[in-house]
Write a protein that binds this ligand. Structure first.
Ligand code: G6P
Ligand code: MG
Length: 220
C-alpha cells in the first residue's frame, strides 16, 4: 500500500545546487583556495555545517569553531542573495505536476530536506501550499543518512514508514530512506544512485502508477 510521497527539496523539486556551489566557491576563494564543481558533488544532501567542514578539509584550512560559525553565516548570506532571483521557472521538470497528481490521487505529500532555507525557497517557487508536512533543517538534529528527517515526516503525516516512498537526488538521502524502511526513487543517474529502487532523470519521467508498482519494502 502507498500512502505518502516524501520529497527532498534541493535537486528534486528545485535546482539550487548551482547557487549552493557559487556561494561555497566564493567562501573558499575568500579564504585563499578554490573549490571545483566536481568537488561540489560531495555536498549534495549534506548539512551546512558538515559541508563547511568538508570544504575546509579540501583547502587544508584550520578554523576555530567561532570562525566556522561566521563562515557558515557568510555563505548563507551569499546563498540567500543568489536565491532572491528564484521564481517558479526554477522548478525542476515535472516536479509540480507530479506532486499535484499525488494529491489528486488522495495520497499525502511531504518535504524531507536538510535545508534551513526550505520555506523561503518553497514560497519563491509558489509551492508552499503543496505539502501536508514540511520537515526541514530547522526540525532535525541528525543529518542524512540518518532516517530522522523521513521518519518525522511520516509521523507528521500520520502514516506508516513502510507506506511511504521517498524521492531523492543524493546518495546520503537514499541511504536515509533505506534506513527508514522506505522505498526510494532516485532522481539522477543510475550509475551514481545504485541503492535506489528505481532511478529516473526527473519527475517528468515517472508516473504515480509506476511508483505504486515498486515492490513494498520487505525487512531483510
Ligand atoms: C541540502 C542541499 C545541500 C545544503 C543543505 C543545507 O541538503 O543539497 O547542498 O547544504 O541542504 O542547506 P541550507 O540551505 O540549510 O544551507
Ligand atoms: Mg537533494
Amino acid at each position: 500500500k502507498l500512502s505518502a510521497c516524501i520529497f527532498d527539496l534541493d535537486g528534486v523539486i528545485v535546482d539550487t545546487a548551482v547557487h549552493h556551489y557559487k556561494a561555497w566557491k566564493r567562501l573558499a576563494n575568500s579564504l585563499g583556495f578554490d573549490f571545483s564543481e566536481h568537488q561540489n558533488e560531495q555536498l549534495k544532501g549534506v548539512s551546512r555545517v558538515r559541508s563547511l567542514e568538508i570544504i575546509l578539509a579540501l583547502g587544508n584550512y584550520v578554523a576555530t569553531s567561532e570562525e566556522k560559525e561566521k563562515m557558515a553565516a557568510q555563505k548563507n548570506d551569499w546563498y540567500l542573495e543568489l536565491i532572491t532571483q528564484m521564481t517558479p521557472a526554477d522548478i525542476l521538470p515535472g516536479a509540480k505536476a507530479f506532486v499535484e497528481s499525488v494529491r489528486e490521487a488522495g495520497l499525502k505529500t511531504a518535504i524531507g530536506s536538510a535545508s534551513k532555507n526550505t520555506m523561503t525557497i518553497l514560497m519563491k517557487i509558489g509551492m508552499d501550499k503543496h505539502f501536508d508536512a514540511i520537515v526541514d533543517g530547522n526540525k532535525v538534529t541528525k543529518a542524512k543518512p540518518d532516517p530522522e528527517v523521513f521518519l518525522n515526516a511520516a509521523k507528521e503525516l500520520n502514516v506508516n514508514a513502510t507506506e511511504c516512498v521517498v524521492f531523492e537526488d543524493a546518495i546520503a538521502g537514499i541511504e536515509a530512506a533505506k534506513n527508514a524502511a522506505m522505498r526510494c526513487v532516485g532522481i539522477g543517474q543510475p550509475a551514481v544512485l545504485t541503492e535506489a529502487d528505481t532511478v529516473v532523470s526527473s519527475l517528468a519521467e515517472i508516473t504515480l502508477e509506476e511508483v505504486r508498482s515498486l515492490s513494498a519494502y520487505t525487512p531483510k
